[in-house]
Design a protein around this ligand. Structure first.
Ligand code: HEC
Ligand code: HEC
Ligand code: HEC
Ligand code: HEC
Ligand code: HEC
Length: 533
């Protein structure tokens, strides 16, 4: 069996052991000195029938435990794409690479070993650890200390974990006794929990497999270089937003915990409560987790995963980008217009993992009949008319059906050719991901985050891109032209899966099977329509 059994099995066996050894069953018995799995926190941090705590005005459960369970972070170790890619990298770079991957994808297993003076664990060890499946769990984020946050010392999955069983939270003067008694942690106010630097520790990844540092994931550095950065000199407080402010929705005043028995007894209501549904862009994978929930031992229920996928699609459709059409004209059988794309996120879009891509689809109809189409996809999710999807140059003007503007990062292997192996990446050949608003071309870390391959395109600017379209209409196409444009997005493009097809490891085969069975309709992030008479 590849995946571990659900953690409750492990829990039961440990309870039985401690009964046999004659000890009383104290929850603490099966915890390591640092971390605790999320089920222990759920005792007081999930909504209950008898209490108003952690419910919205409609009585919906907005508790940390419930909202977190359906997220990609809670499922970071179960994630079948992660597992497949891990096998692919291990086959090529050796099993030692797993020591790097597990830092962020199963941080409790990693940090626990390292803090206890052991070697960084590999997959085989993680599969035997009951904490591994809990992914980026409560005690990971809440035990990160302020030391070194926002600096290279903590990037690439190296936050400092406090050794005093302190659970940092945003509020001062909380009631500490229930947590000390039940889980032996002390809730402690720490402003750093609200800082972007906390997220930066895992959301900044430099790899170094060939003697050069490669910026694999840099949303924090991009954010730091944008107008959203609240710590930037001269920052306009009306425009700044932290990762938490965008990724953890603020809720009305509410109790942040309840008693283990399910009451509100003596727990006050607090302003500034945020939900733990860390909504990103990977609706595709959340659907996959739901479709294969049992095989993957996913603990979130179908309902939670459905809600998470819906929230992700809402965010993609409404808060990610805007598209508009302007300056249109039709003269001598040529239709001209301009497309403007605006990035609304707090970092580059697409964001994070190097596979992500977005592109423009442009269609022109005359009398209801399509006379021009570029950027359409087939049912495998491949862009029609493009031969090599790893070598598509940046397009400034759309004139032919094969002119497709793709916003993406393509990395190169040591020989210079494009690669989908994380452990072969040494440079960026192309990085045309849309820049966030206020992006500073002279800011810190610019060499790792500056756009690449847009050379001379002065319309590719902080906050977005403008694309000229000049389309020759077919002879005889009379009447008004209808322009229909869309910005599409894929988190797992088919070329990234192609390379996994060659990996014979079981987990790669399994993921490819799931992928082939999934619907490949890309996400639609923005649309625009315009008619030219
Ligand atoms: C510094 C922390 C960190 C390390 C180390 C790390 N990852 Fe990740 N990984 C992430 C984050 C954060 C994301 C999500 C980013 C996003 O959604 O754009 C991610 C996403 C992924 C994904 C995409 C998952 C999906 O469902 O789309 C794969 C695959 C992956 N990582 C594989 C690996 C492998 C293999 C390694 C080791 C070679 C590795 N990661 C090392 C932080 C890390
Ligand atoms: C990815 C990191 C992360 C994980 C995982 C995480 N938290 Fe949090 N949590 C935060 C941050 C950040 C805040 C503060 C948000 C703010 O106020 O800006 C927070 C706030 C809280 C609060 C204060 C009330 C509120 O929600 O604002 C509680 C209670 C809490 N978390 C419990 C939990 C529990 C229980 C889990 C596991 C089920 C958990 N957290 C998992 C980052 C995390
Ligand atoms: C026995 C019940 C109980 C358990 C179990 C429990 N908590 Fe709490 N937690 C509370 C109470 C009560 C508060 C304080 C409520 C208040 O004063 O508003 C609290 C507050 C918090 C806060 C906010 C601290 C601050 O200063 O802002 C965080 C974060 C938190 N808990 C995380 C966790 C995590 C992580 C776990 C699991 C290791 C956990 N809790 C387990 C009852 C519990
Ligand atoms: C201990 C490491 C760690 C920390 C700290 C951390 N993350 Fe993550 N985060 C991850 C990993 C790993 C993934 C990717 C899981 C996957 O796709 O398999 C991820 C994924 C995400 C996603 C992507 C969801 C999606 O749909 O693709 C968002 C959004 C996110 N994290 C936000 C945050 C925010 C905000 C913070 C700070 C409050 C934070 N993270 C702190 C490790 C971390
Ligand atoms: C202004 C709001 C805003 C801010 C600030 C912001 N984000 Fe995002 N983020 C978004 C939106 C919208 C998306 C969904 C579209 C996308 O994938 O970029 C997103 C997506 C993500 C993803 C998921 C990418 C994927 O592949 O699914 C990660 C990871 C992420 N953000 C991390 C961060 C981190 C870390 C910070 C702080 C350094 C941050 N975000 C700040 C709005 C924001």
């Amino acid at each position: 069996m590849l995946l571990r059994a659900p953690s409750f099995l492990a829990l039961v066996s440990i309870v039985v052991c401690s009964l046999q050894s004659g000890e009383s069953v104290v929850v603490d018995d099966f915890r390591d000195p640092h971390f605790t799995t999320s089920d222990a926190c759920a005792v007081c941090h999930i909504a209950a029938p008898g209490a108003t705590a952690m419910k919205d005005k409609d009585g919906e459960d907005i508790s940390p435990y419930y909202t977190w369970q359906g997220t990609m972070m809670a499922n970071a170790f179960r994630d079948p794409y992660f597992r497949a890619q891990l096998q692919k990298e291990s086959a090529s770079a050796g099993e030692e690479v797993q020591e790097l991957c597990l830092r962020c994808h199963t941080p409790m297993t990693h940090h626990d070993a390292v803090l206890n003076g052991k070697a960084p664990p590999r997959l085989a060890t993680a599969l035997d650890d009951m904490a591994a499946d809990d992914g980026v769990s409560c005690t990971v984020c809440h035990m990160i200390s302020a030391e070194g946050l926002g600096t290279e010392a903590t990037f690439s999955g190296r936050p400092k974990i406090n050794g005093e069983r302190k659970i940092f939270g945003p509020f001062a003067d909380v009631e500490t006794r229930p947590m000390r008694a039940q889980v032996d942690y002390t809730p402690t106010q720490g402003d750093h929990i609200r800082s972007a630097g906390l997220c930066a520790s895992c959301h900044t990844l430099f790899t170094n497999h060939h003697g050069t540092a490669f910026p694999e994931q840099t949303p924090y550095l991009e954010w730091r270089n944008s107008e959203f950065n609240n710590e930037r000199e001269g920052a306009d407080p009306k425009k700044t937003r932290t990762c938490q402010q965008c990724h953890m929705a603020e809720q009305a005043k509410v109790r942040i915990a309840r008693t283990p028995m399910g009451f509100d007894y003596r727990i006050p209501e607090r302003e500034g409560y945020r939900s733990h549904a860390f909504v990103g862009g990977n609706a595709f994978m959340i659907d996959m987790l739901r479709e294969h929930r049992d095989d993957l031992y996913v603990e979130a229920e179908n309902e939670q995963l459905r809600a998470m996928a819906k929230a992700t699609r809402d965010q993609l459709a409404n808060r990610t980008a805007r598209l508009s059409i302007s300056d249109s004209s039709k003269k001598d059988g040529v239709l001209e217009f301009e497309l403007s794309v605006e990035n609304l996120t707090g970092h580059k879009f697409p964001t994070g993992y190097p596979a992500r891509r977005a592109w423009l689809k442009v269609e022109v109809l005359v009398g209801g009949k399509t006379v021009f189409a570029s950027g359409a996809v087939n049912n495998e999710g491949r862009i029609v008319g493009i031969k090599d999807e790893m070598r598509v140059p940046h397009v400034r003007t759309i004139e032919k059906e094969t002119d497709v503007v793709i916003y993406e990062m393509i990395a190169s292997a040591p020989g210079g050719q494009p690669t989908t192996y994380l452990t072969k990446m040494v440079g960026r050949i192309k990085d045309t991901r849309l820049l966030p608003r206020g992006f500073d071309m002279l800011g810190p870390h610019i060499k790792d985050i500056a756009p690449i391959g847009v050379g001379g395109d002065e319309d590719f600017v902080a906050g977005g891109d403008r694309v000229a379209c000049r389309i020759a209409l077919p002879a005889g196409a009379a009447g008004a032209c209808e322009i229909v444009a869309a910005l599409h997005y894929q988190s797992v493009p088919p070329v990234w899966v192609d390379a996994l097809r060659e990996v014979k490891a079981e987990e790669a085969v399994r993921f490819v099977g799931y992928y082939d069975a999934a619907t490949k309709t890309p996400e639609t992030v923005a649309t625009a329509r315009h008619t030219v008479k």
